[in-house]
Structure formats: C-alpha cells, structure tokens
Design a protein. Structure first.
Lengths: 264, 670
C-alpha cells in the first residue's frame, strides 16, 4: 500500500463502515462448505433476505474492528489520526506512537526527493537496518542517482554511479542490471520519454519509500503490511470461490460495500 | 556544496576523529562521527577505506573518553552531548563489525567490547540501545570472543542482560549465548541458571526477540540429551508446546528457527519428538519454507535434510507433500545462490538415498542436466553436493541401466572432478563414480577410454587414506563383471606391485577392497589366474600373508573369496590353493587359519571358507580325490562333518555339498 498524500494533515478518521464486509469474510467458509454438499449441477440462488439474515447471525466484536483500524493507521503512519482514535475508542496501539513520527519523517524526506536526509534519519533510528539489508541500501542509492539525474547534475550523477553504485553492482548481479537501467537514463536527451523513463516517475519514489517503511517496521518487530487489505483480498477470493457454486448478493464496490442483488 | 563535500573526504574526516590535539571537539566531533557513520553503513567499500585509514581505533578512543567522562553525571547540556557522542561512536563501531571480517578484527583489536559493555548500564536508553545493537553485530561474527559461561562472572553478566526490559539487551544476551555455548558443561550451566526458562518466557515477545531466543535455545540443547529432556519437561511440556506453535508463526524465519529447535530436541532426546505427527508437521513446514526467498529459503533445505536423515518413513512423508517437485522447481529457477543450491542438492541426495520412488522423480532430463551442471559450479560445496546427489540417484540399478546417466560428457566430468583441488570434491566424485561403473559395460568403456583408470590408479597411491579407499573401491567396481580385455587393461595400469601394496595397506578397509578387487579379477575368468600367480606369486603371497595375520574379519572374508575363486579354475590352480591351505609335507602343520575360519562366529567367513573346499572337491576334476585324501588327513573333513548342523542354512548346505562330493569321489574310486 502506498500513500501518496501527506498523512500529517488528516483531521478526519476514515469512516469505518465495514460491518457487512467482515461478516462476509468470516461467514464464507461455512457457506461454501454447506453449498458444496448440494448438487453441483445448478447454481444455488441465495436471496438478499436470506443472505442478510445469515450475515446478521455472525457476531463481530467491536474491539476487533477497532484494532484493525488502529493497525491500519499505525502501519500506514497516520500518527495524529492514530492518537485521536486511541483517545476516542480506547484502543491501545501495539507500538509506541512516537516511533511513527520518526518513521514518517524518513518517508517524507524520501518522497520529497531528499534521499540523503532519509538515509541519515533511518541510520539515527536504527543503524542496523541498512547494514543488514543490502537490497534496500542499493535502492536508496539508486534513488539518489535518479534524483541527481532528475535535477540535471550529470557530472555529479556519473561520479556517484561510479563511486557508490558500481561497487554494489560488483557484489550482486541483479543490482548491476538495475544500475545499468538507471545509468541508461543519462544517454537520452528527453529522459521523461525514454524507455526507462518510469524510473523518474513519482511512483518510483513511492516504491522506494514503501520498501524503506517496511524495513523500519520489520526492525521494530511490527508487521510491514496492514491487515485490512489482506482481509479485503480474502473477501474477493472468497466471493470468486462462491461464484462457481451460487448466485448471491455480491459486493462489487469495496468502498461502499453495497450488496448487489443476485443475477438469476 | 563543494566546500563541505571536500571536508567530508574520508582522509579529512578521519583526521578530525580521536582524542587530544588535532581532533575535533564538541559539536564538530559529533558531526564528524555522524558523517563517518552515514558513509559506512551499508557500504563495504567505504568501510574498507576507513579501516585502512585507521579510523576504528580513533572512534573507539572517542567512545572510551566519552563513556568515562565524569560530566555524564553532572546533568545538563554536557550530559546530552556526551550521550550523543557515545551513540554515534557506538553505531559506527557496530557498522564496522557488520559484513566485513577485517572490520570485526579492527573493532576487537581496538578493545571496543569492554567500552561498549560498560555503556549498557548507562541511564540514557538510547545509549543502551546503541551499545547493545553494536555488540550484537560483533557477536554475530565468528571472530568474536567466546564468553565462557562456566566462569561465574560471565554467567552473572549474561543473566543480568537477560533480565533487562530493553529488547535490544535481551537480544544481545541471546546472541552471546548462541555464539559462545559450545560444550556440554556450558549447556548444563546455562540450563541450571534458568536460562531456558527465561527464553521460553521471552518467546511471547516481539518477533526479533523470538528469533534470538529460538537460536539460543537450539544452541543450549543441541546434542545434549540431559538439557534437552529438562527443556522438554519445562512447565509440563509448555516449552515444547510453545515451539510447536511457533512452527506455524506468521514469520517464515521464526518458523524455520522453531523447526531447528524441535529437530535439535528430537535428535538429543528422541522420546519427546517421537510422535510421527510432529515430525510430519515439521516436514510440511520445512517443505513450504523451501520456496521462501533469501536466508530462510537458503537454510530450509539443510534443516529438511537433517530432519529426514536416514529415516525412510520421513522420506515418504516428504515425498507425499511434493518435496521433490518443489526442490526441482527451485533448481530450475535462474541464478540460484550457491548456498541454496548446495542445500537443495543435499536434500535431494538425502531423499534419493533409500526410496526408488524418489529417484524416479528426478529422472527428467532437465533436472538431471541441472544436477550435472552443478558439477561445474565454482563453489566447492555445490560440487560436493552434486556428486552426492548423483551417487544416490545411481544407487538404483534401474536408473543405471536405463542409461539416463550414461552420457559420455558426464562421466568425463566426474573423472575430471576426481582431480579437483579440494579433497572433499575428489572423494564425493569417486563416490559417484563407484556407483556409475558398477554394472554397465558402456559406462565402463567410457571411463576406460577417457583415461579414468590411470587417474584412479594414481589416486590409489594417494597419501590420503579416504582417497585411496574410494579409488580402490571404484577400481573394484570397474573390475566387477568386466570383460577379459578390460580386466587385462585395468591390471596393466594398476600393476601387480601396486595391487600387492594395496593388499598390504595400513588401513584394513583398503586391504579388504584390494582383496575384493583381486577376487573380482579372478572371478569367472581362469585366464586371469595367471596374473595372481605371476612374478613369484606376489599377489597370492600377499593374500596368504594377510590371511595368516587375520587382522580383521572383513580382510579374511575377502581373502578366502580370492582363494575360492582361484580354486574354481584349472587343475593346477586348484593344486596351488590346496598347497597353500594344506601344505603337502606331512610334518609341517597346516596353516592355523583354515580350521579357525571354519569355526569362526562370522557366518560370511564360514561361507567363504566352505566355498574354497566346494571348489577343491569338485568331482569333475581329476585331482579331486587326491585332494580329498589330504583334507581327510589334515582333519578338515572331520571339521566339515561337525558343520552339518551349522545354525546357518547356507553353511549347512555347503558343508553337506562338500561331504557328498567327497563320498562320490570315494565310491568312484572304490
């Protein structure tokens, strides 16, 4: 998950209306089992009333949902929102919220193209992260090179590639290939439209920032991905499984979680 | 900013570090330290450069001065300043100790460990974190000093670390234990001090802490039945349950470490992990971990191999969860790391060691080609693993004769590997060759054509007894059922003189193989007997000498097989053997071994000896009645009669057969 906007300005909590959605995920297992016992020839049709009745029978604890929300806020780094949510809902985060601020400062530096600053900050946070994670270190150095190329400092870029990146390429074949792709940017007049132009895209910064964010979380013994997206993935998977066996009120729009009437 | 860039040159920065004249002070020193730290983290080239410039002792002296500075107690700004210097210096030292052996050495030589240890009791938590992280880096290296926990002072120190609330400190304690605990006494001392209990309680903590604890638990229980069973009984099996839960942990690395712990418990005290259910689960988890990227995927095959070693039941389990398919699909990925490749090949070798079904799964040409390619790998360990794998695949006679592995290039490659600079590769290659040449005429001729025989002969004269043993075994297998031209060729390369000296080798196992080679030479081929008798019977004399010395049962058995194979030959061959076993002069007593072997407790030795007499009393041979008379005189017939009730059926039948042949000869004469 990548967050493109600056999270610090948030005042509103993402309104959690996910009841139906979670109920679905938790409920599906049983439903699939029940249906698979039935005759496989014709699809069973489940009406909206029946479906809603079944959903109502499933109980989800409020605290569990709050924890999921807190987990999302903490992992994605919405520190102010997390703090507010803690006060309002009484849900304790599983990590010191102060560490989120540090992590977000690192991420922000990287997202605004200040790679050196990000490296110094992460080294202050925990000096072992980049020392034990050569791939991440390489990607940060690669990002530095990209920023130099972006700002047109060609000579500096060449020198940096030679002094800092070439030795990493010698240590690892896949780094060398990535390095070659990056240096190729220097060969084009119109870098934005050259074959490797996507390296100059904002998405490349976000990719590197997300990798760094994950590494910091891992060093803090925190999961690097929030649980909410995996629950949504599970929902989609479960619906796909169920589609083969039954027609039922499906959720097609994840943001509204509206139940669509089954097509008969 | 060219000005500041120039100031940040490693030479200038190093000059500013240190204590005393010329060194930077206060804020400038802090800045220099931080700059060095940021330059070296993750950057091996820079680390080496600064090492070369002598930065490490300077940074350690800064740390020492700052840690000892009395201002750290006076409060206020200076205290914060000191703490910041300590944190930066400790972080830089830790980074030097990470990933570069020379760096660890420099850090140790500069005496960093005591200073880093002293800051672990600092008031400022950030200083403690920095010290603990830095020491942890150092103790992850093999070069780090070992803490002898048998010394009370050391043990107390480790226990105090373990009691800390700071996770970095408890992780450090775990690293020190994993690094230092080696002997049974040390394991017991740690266990007595309650370390295992503490680890079990820490298993509930963060994932980094869990991993550290699991590594240390494995180190403390490894190969120690007493400690291992005490661990297993901890809290009515609570500890074992915790491990069993952790093999399903969310994190692959934690799962792997928990598996390693359970495997260690299983090996040290089998009764606690004997249930097949747990082992089946371990197989399942480890097979899944094979596909993990990085360190976990690299180490998983090694653990899988250790778990299923020599256990046919577990081989079947692994087969049933598609272990071989998974291993093969990883093998087929592009650019597999050496460590991983080694593990995969070793796991495949283990799986192919017993079950034919497993071997059959490897018979696809793509997979075989990849294994054969691994014979050429740059890394020695991979070459050894590939040889082991081929050796075990070719244990199957079916695979051997199916000819999948008969490509000329591949045998040539193995022969080349028998000259490898590494002895372990040589031994592994010979192991594979032994199986490959055993029962296939085409492969024998490929080996002979590519100069393999002279290579094997050369190795049979090696100073290394393992090489001698394997090369003689390979020659023996090559000789087995070879045709007469090949036999003649092998013998010509080997020479009678070398064969004789191998029969006299200092190692019993080599004597045995050399004698077996001799009996394969003579087997079914009366033309070869002349070689055994050539050059003043140099070979036969050697055989007799070893039989008289009777140094090991195996040697005697093979020696008697040589004699019985010769006795299967012509009239004069039989007489030669007869003269050795029962000398014609009545006054000289028969060699003591003949009767002794017939009375031996070893079944195979009795069988081998009986076969000699079966051949000597062959009724179709004209001299047999003369020989029977001599056997009678020497008291051997009496001994044979006593063997009619031998507990071994084979012996009983052979003894009866000989006596019947004797009777037949007597009646024919009468």
């Amino acid at each position: 998950m990548e967050i493109g906007e600056d999270p610090c300005g948030h005042r509103h909590l993402p309104s959690p209306k996910p009841t139906a959605l979670f109920v679905l995920v938790f409920h599906f297992h049983r439903t699939i089992d029940e249906i698979s016992c039935a005759a496989p020839m014709s699809k069973k049709v489940i009406t909206r009333e029946e479906w809603e009745r079944k959903l109502k029978d499933v109980k989800i604890r409020k605290e569990d949902m709050n924890k999921l929300v807190m987990n999302f806020l903490v992992t994605e780094g919405y520190v102010e929102a997390a703090e507010k949510f803690r006060v309002e809902s009484g849900t304790e985060p599983d990590i010191d919220l102060a560490t989120i601020t540090d992590r977000m400062a690192v991420k922000k530096a990287l997202q605004s193209g200040n790679v050196e600053d990000a490296i110094e900050k992460v080294n202050d946070l925990n000096p072992t992260i980049l020392d034990t994670n050569p791939q991440l270190y390489f990607h940060l150095q690669q990002q530095r090179l990209i920023e130099l190329i972006r700002s047109g400092k060609i000579e500096e870029a060449l020198e940096f590639a030679q002094e800092e990146l070439a030795p990493r390429g010698e240590e690892n074949q896949s780094f060398l290939e990535e390095l070659e792709r990056t240096v190729a940017l220097l060969a084009f007049e119109d870098v934005k439209n050259c074959p490797y132009g996507e390296l100059l895209d904002v998405s490349q910064r976000l990719k590197t920032a997300s990798e760094l964010n994950a590494a910091i979380l891992t060093s803090q013994s925190h999961e690097k991905d929030p649980k909410l997206p995996s629950l949504l993935k599970m929902l989609i998977w479960a619906q796909n499984q169920l589609d083969e066996k039954a027609a039922y009120p499906r959720i097609n729009n994840l943001t509204t979680a509206a139940l669509e009437d089954p097509a008969v | 900013m060219p000005a500041s860039a120039a100031n940040n040159r490693p030479e200038d920065l190093t000059a500013r570090l240190g204590v005393g004249a010329g060194a930077a002070q206060g804020e400038a020193l802090l800045k220099a330290l931080r700059e060095v730290k940021n330059q070296i983290i993750g950057n091996k080239t820079k680390k080496l450069l600064y090492l070369h410039l002598g930065a490490v002792p300077k940074i350690v002296s800064v740390l020492a001065a700052a840690a000892a500075s009395p201002s750290s107690d006076s409060g206020g700004i200076s205290r914060g300043g000191d703490a910041a210097v300590i944190v930066q210096a400790a972080a830089a030292i830790g980074s030097f100790a990470c990933g570069v052996e020379d760096g660890v050495r420099a850090v140790l030589d500069a005496g960093a460990v005591p200073h880093l240890t002293s800051i672990l009791s600092h008031d400022d938590e950030k200083v403690v974190d920095a010290g603990a992280r830095s020491l942890k880096m150092i103790f992850q290296s093999e070069l780090a000093p070992k803490y002898d926990v048998l010394q009370e002072k050391n043990l107390n120190f480790i226990l105090s670390l373990l009691d800390s609330d700071n996770e970095n400190v408890t992780e450090l304690a775990a690293s020190i234990i994993a690094h230092s605990c080696e002997t049974n006494e040390q394991q017991k001392a740690l266990c007595d001090a309650g370390v295992l209990l503490r680890f079990v309680s820490l298993l509930g903590g963060s994932s980094n802490q869990k991993d550290g604890c699991l590594e240390s638990i494995a180190a403390v229980i490894k190969n120690n039945p007493e400690v291992s069973s005490r661990f297993s009984c901890t809290g009515n099996g609570k500890a074992l349950n915790a491990l069993a839960n952790l093999i399903q942990d969310r994190y692959p690395h934690t799962r792997l470490l928990a598996c390693k712990c359970l495997i260690a418990v299983g090996h040290a005290s089998p009764c606690y992990v004997e249930e097949l259910q747990i082992k089946t689960k371990l197989v399942l988890v480890l097979v899944e971990l094979l596909e993990e990227p990085g360190r976990v995927g690299n180490e998983a095959p090694f653990s899988l191999k250790t778990l299923i070693a020599d256990d046919e039941e577990l081989h079947k389990q692994a087969l049933s969860v598609n272990a071989i398919e998974k291993l093969c699909s990883i093998l087929q990925m592009s650019s597999v790391q050496a460590r991983r490749l080694q593990g995969i090949l070793l796991a495949l070798a283990e799986l192919c060691s017993k079950l034919e079904k497993c071997r059959c799964q490897l018979m696809s040409p793509q997979v075989l080609n990849l294994i054969v390619d691994a014979l050429k790998h740059d890394c020695m360990d991979v070459r050894v693993a590939a040889c082991d794998c081929i050796r075990n695949i070719t244990r199957s006679l079916k695979n051997l004769s199916a000819g999948c592995l008969s490509s000329e290039a591949f045998i040539v490659r193995l022969v080349q590997l028998s000259h490898d600079p590494s002895t372990s590769v040589q031994i592994a290659a010979l192991g594979a060759l032994c199986n490959i040449v055993i029962n296939c005429a085409t492969r024998k001729s490929v080996l002979i054509k590519c100069g393999g025989v002279s290579q094997l002969v050369q190795l049979s004269k090696s100073m290394d007894s393992a090489l001698r043993s394997k090369s003689v075994l390979a020659l023996r297998n090559l000789m087995f059922l070879a045709d007469i031209t090949d036999k003649e060729f092998i013998l010509k390369e080997l020479t009678l003189c070398t064969l004789a000296s191998l029969i006299y080798d200092s190692e019993c196992s080599i004597q045995e193989q050399a004698l077996a080679l001799t009996s394969d030479l003579v087997d079914g081929c009366s033309q070869s007997v002349k070689h055994v008798l050539a050059e003043d019977s140099i070979i036969l004399d050697a055989v007799m000498r070893q039989l008289q010395n009777a140094s090991s049962i195996g040697v005697c058995i093979q020696g008697m097989f040589v004699l019985s194979n010769i006795a299967a030959g012509s009239e004069s061959d039989k007489d030669t053997v007869m003269n050795y076993l029962v000398p014609p002069q009545t006054d000289s007593c028969i060699p003591s071994f003949t009767i002794k072997f017939l009375q031996s407790k070893d079944i195979l030795l009795r069988v081998a000896s009986l076969w000699c007499f079966v051949n000597l009393t062959d009724p179709a041979s004209v001299g047999s009645s003369r020989r029977v008379a001599r056997l009678q005189d020497a008291g051997i017939v009496l001994q044979l009669k006593s063997m009619l009730n031998d507990p071994c059926l084979d012996c009983k039948l052979r003894a009866r057969m000989i006596l019947e042949q004797c009777m037949e000869l007597e009646t024919a004469q009468a």
